[in-house]
Design a protein around this ligand. Structure first.
Ligand code: ATP
Length: 319
């Protein structure tokens, strides 16, 4: 194998640029030519493929987003489009492809792998919803952003004796909410894993009010409840004036944290090293302190283990 390529796909996450940089630089180390594919699978099908140099990836390591762009492209589930992608890669003699994204991106890579392209998948998403790794590239940066924002809300809710209901991203995974909730000392945490119990939520906030606390914070994962309605319910039942805040896409941006930069670099180097040994069809993950790899199919079948998670702390820490 002489030529490899890299693309970013799905929702972007801070640290993707660091991963791109590390794929390019370690690619050179292993003697590859490295190509960048612009705009995810959509760009791959359209042939938006350019050779990368050391310069194309210089001064990007501290930038959020992805210099290659990302796209959602549902048509890539169809074989005809996948074959076009393979044709575009083969025209440039590209035999290996590193993709960075979430499970949808990995499914696309599995299809390409079955068509003869050696694919390596790196988990890049702020949601931390990939079971084959303890942490995804971008999670801790998004967590820091969320914690910073909620700290600011706490300052003002303290001044006015208010309750803040804060909605965080995460799709169907509560990690971002859970970790942020613990980090800010939230009164109540609502995630897909904990479920939503209105009575318990109101009781926890009421209890804070009774204990004369000047502020309260309830953190909620997106799609769980209507946060504006919850704020109204808290206000009418507890005594706290209450405001809802949806943090939204700010959680996706910003300078990647040192942890995400190191994680992205380690994962990228590990993946490129596999390609240098002609090994593809793998998802890279972090288990404890070690890099690991799984077959893509195996990784896609995994379920997230929440038995050892910090959910047990939730009730205790709220006191
Ligand atoms: P995020 O966690 O941010 O949602 P993701 O990678 O899961 O990231 P998706 O939009 O689900 O994001 O997938 C990204 C792209 O991967 C899709 O737009 C599509 O091009 C491709 N893709 C998704 N599912 C499949 C599939 N089953 N087969 C082939 N390609 C797929």
């Amino acid at each position: 194998m002489r030529n490899i390529a890299i693309l970013t796909s799905g929702g972007d996450s801070p640290g993707m640029n660091m991963a791109i940089r590390a794929v390019v630089r370690s690619g050179f180390h292993y003697g590859f030519n490295v190509y960048g594919v612009y705009n995810g699978y959509k760009g791959l099908v359209k042939g938006e493929i350019k050779k990368m140099t050391r310069e194309t990836v210089s001064r990007i390591l501290n930038r959020g987003g992805t210099i290659l762009g990302s796209a959602r492209f549902e048509k890539f589930k169809e074989l005809d489009y996948q074959k076009l992608a393979v044709k575009n890669l083969k025209e440039k003699n590209i035999e290996g492809l590193v993709v960075i994204g979430g499970d949808g991106t990995f499914r696309g890579a599995l299809d390409l792998h079955n068509l003869g392209i050696k694919c390596i998948c790196l988990p890049g998403t702020i949601d931390n919803d990939i079971p084959s790794t303890d942490y995804t590239i971008g999670f801790f940066t998004a967590l820091n952003t969320a914690v910073d924002s909620i700290d600011k809300l706490r300052d003002t809710s303290f001044s006015h004796r208010r309750c803040s209901v804060v909605e965080l991203m995460g799709r169907h995974c509560g990690d971002l909410t859970l970790y942020a909730g613990i980090a800010v000392g939230s009164e109540f945490i609502i995630t897909p894993e904990t479920g939503y119990d209105k009575k318990k939520t109101l009781a926890a906030v009421k209890d804070s009010y009774r204990r004369n606390k000047r502020h309260a914070v309830v953190v909620v994962t997106e799609h769980m409840v209507d946060v504006n309605q919850l704020a109204k319910d808290i206000e009418s039942e507890t005594g706290y004036e209450t405001r809802a805040t949806v943090l939204g896409h700010v959680q996706r941006g910003g300078t990647p944290s040192a942890f995400d930069r190191v994680l992205a670099t380690e994962m990228a180097e590990y993946g490129v090293e596999l390609l240098s040994r002609n090994i593809g069809g793998k998802v890279i993950g972090l288990r404890g302190l070690n890099m690991v790899d799984y077959d893509i199919e195996e990784a896609l079948k995994m379920k997230k283990d929440i038995s050892n998670k910090r959910y047990g702390l939730v009730g205790m820490l709220a006191q």
